[in-house]
Design a protein around this ligand. Structure first.
Ligand SMILES: [Zn+2]
Length: 172
């Protein structure tokens, strides 16, 4: 995430389809991107290492390129603002994110093997589903490829059903 991705007027983070990695030495590709490109070239014989490298960085899926609005919650707004007052991008590796989440979980007395970044993402999806976000909004917010994933979250949570029932019976 870079500050150039943030639209402060609209209060949303625009995750681009492609943003050339300049995280390495002298603005070159970072070690992680090189490693991923090597892997991609190895798994696809029509793809050279250099071609694979040119694609870095990209979201994991095409639906990963999306807008993530944050203006709906003042706490999130202040966290995003505070972060970009200090940094212009996330300055550390992915592994650091994992370690910090583990540490926070431990400090909170939670099972740290059950709390990891991707689990937090799923929790956010469940939270929005409980609050009755529509299928389409949930899918675009989370960047899921398949609408069925959003449908599953909504079905299990019952959030949208509860909201629809409340609207239908609000005058009673
Ligand atoms: Zn990179």
């Amino acid at each position: 995430m870079k500050e150039s991705w943030v639209d402060w007027d609209r209060q949303q983070i625009n995750i681009p389809r492609h943003d050339r990695c300049d995280f390495g030495k002298n603005g070159g590709y970072c070690g992680y991107c090189e490693q991923q490109a090597r892997l991609a070239a190895k798994c696809n014989e029509d793809l050279s290492f250099d071609e694979a490298l040119e694609d870095r960085w990209q979201p994991k899926t095409t639906t990963g390129a999306r807008a993530v609005p944050f203006g709906w919650n003042d706490e999130i707004v202040s966290v995003v603002e505070a972060f970009f007052e200090i940094y212009d991008r996330w300055p550390r590796s992915r592994a650091v994110v994992n370690r910090r989440v583990t540490k926070v979980a431990e400090e909170a007395g939670m099972k740290s093997d059950e709390v990891y970044p991707h689990a937090l993402r799923a929790t956010a999806g469940t939270h929005h589903a409980y609050r009755g976000l529509s299928t389409l909004a949930l899918q675009s917010l989370m960047g899921w490829e398949r609408i069925d994933t959003a449908r599953k979250y909504l079905r299990v949570s019952g959030g949208a059903t509860a909201k629809a029932l409340e609207e239908v019976y609000e005058d009673d």
